[in-house]
Design a protein around this ligand. Structure first.
Ligand code: ASP
Length: 360
């Protein structure tokens, strides 16, 4: 438009003269449809280990969260709002490794990471190692919108959350029996010291079905959550939230809060959220790599996602997956693990939910 205006001015035409043409062009644009893709982590998810009850619980949780994001988009809300609303629900859901239900570090703490990015302006916000903020994704958004920075960590990030009025909780809010038992089991198996049960944790009780996934042989205990969305205005956004890898060293930061690694969004190419062993995702810059293949090589989104996950990530022996979306409505997911919790919905279409690799 700017170039058209400049061209008209050079040609000595009144700027107003091009208005009807621009209006005509806008009118001939096809109506944009919103769409949303959600993941709830990738890993060794085997039918026999998960069992029908847990599988049904995961599918129901994915449906509920995706529906919340879809409603935001259907009301004409922004992709950014849809990403945050969907992740808020998953952060409160103990089945997923984000917010309540997060993995524990080797010292028995929940240290939470999250990031969000707005594809319309490349603004981004991220937090790492937060321990008191109920919704780390909302804090990431606050960093983006209310601070001059992109990434805040630890106590400073929680203090900022309190200052901007985000709900603060006791660290034991994030405790779940299943993640705790899973940590204890791993540390015992590896002959490492088991930390004391966290202060404020409820007395030992039954674990939710998530434990069965965690204990399956070879599991990397994934369960990170992520969302990418396209709104009716044509803007895309991405967000990711996690408790990180189980039994991680205190202070370890994975890919999820690293812009370009676990999360990326640009209206010029695509929006991506990843899940997997974060160290590989950081080294490859996975999310940005997918978008670069779309932007520089002109690849279709699915081809780009598959190239990064099945060729580049695998070449490093990394594991995990991505979900992705483009402003022209291409949707993709790709993973090299036996399963990835995932869902997607396009305006006017039926919601699709998948868990195992043999599903579409
Ligand atoms: N990528 C996350 C991390 O490394 C873990 C995951 O996605 O499961 O912290």
């Amino acid at each position: 438009m700017k170039m058209a205006v400049e061209a008209c001015m050079l040609a000595g035409m009144a700027v107003g003269a091009i208005a009807p043409l621009a209006a005509q062009q806008a009118a001939s644009q096809p109506a944009r449809h919103w769409s949303i893709v959600v993941h709830g982590g990738a890993g060794v998810i085997a039918r026999a280990d998960l069992g029908p009850a847990a599988e049904a619980a995961y599918r129901a949780s994915l449906a509920k969260a995706t529906e919340a994001g879809a409603q935001v988009l259907d009301r004409g809300g922004s992709s950014l709002d849809a990403v945050e609303a969907t992740i808020n629900i998953l952060e409160d859901d103990p089945l997923f490794n984000a917010g309540r239900g997060a993995n524990f570090s080797a010292e028995g703490k929940n240290e939470l990471d999250a990031s969000i990015m707005d594809g319309s302006n490349l603004k981004a916000g991220a937090v790492a190692d937060v321990t008191r903020t109920r919704h780390p994704i909302s804090l990431a958004r606050a960093v983006m919108e209310k601070s001059p920075h992109v990434l805040l960590v630890g106590a400073g990030a929680d203090a900022f959350a309190a200052r901007v009025g985000l709900e603060q909780v006791e660290p034991s809010f994030f405790f779940t029996e299943s993640r705790w038992q899973s940590l204890v089991k791993q540390l015992q198996k590896e002959g490492r010291p088991v930390p004391p049960r966290p202060v404020g944790a409820p007395p030992p009780g039954p674990a939710v079905p998530v434990a069965q996934i965690d204990e399956s042989e070879g599991s990397r205990r994934f369960g990170t959550v992520g969302v990418v969305a396209l709104d009716r205005a044509g803007n895309i956004a991405a967000g990711t939230s996690t408790g990180g890898m189980q039994a991680k060293m205190p202070g370890r930061v994975g890919d999820s809060p690293i812009i370009g690694a676990g999360t990326y969004a640009s209206n010029q190419s695509c929006a991506v959220s990843g899940t997997g062993t974060g160290e590989y995702f950081i080294r490859l810059g996975v999310a940005r790599e997918v978008c670069n293949l779309v932007f520089f090589k002109g690849m279709k989104l699915q081809e780009a996602a598959d190239q990064v996950i099945h060729k580049e990530l695998e070449a490093l022996h990394g594991d995990g997956g991505v979900i992705a979306i483009t402003p022209d409505g291409q949707l993709a997911w790709s993973f090299n693990t036996p399963g990835m919790f995932r869902a997607r919905q396009v305006e006017g279409g039926k919601m699709e939910i998948g868990v195992y690799s043999d599903e579409p």
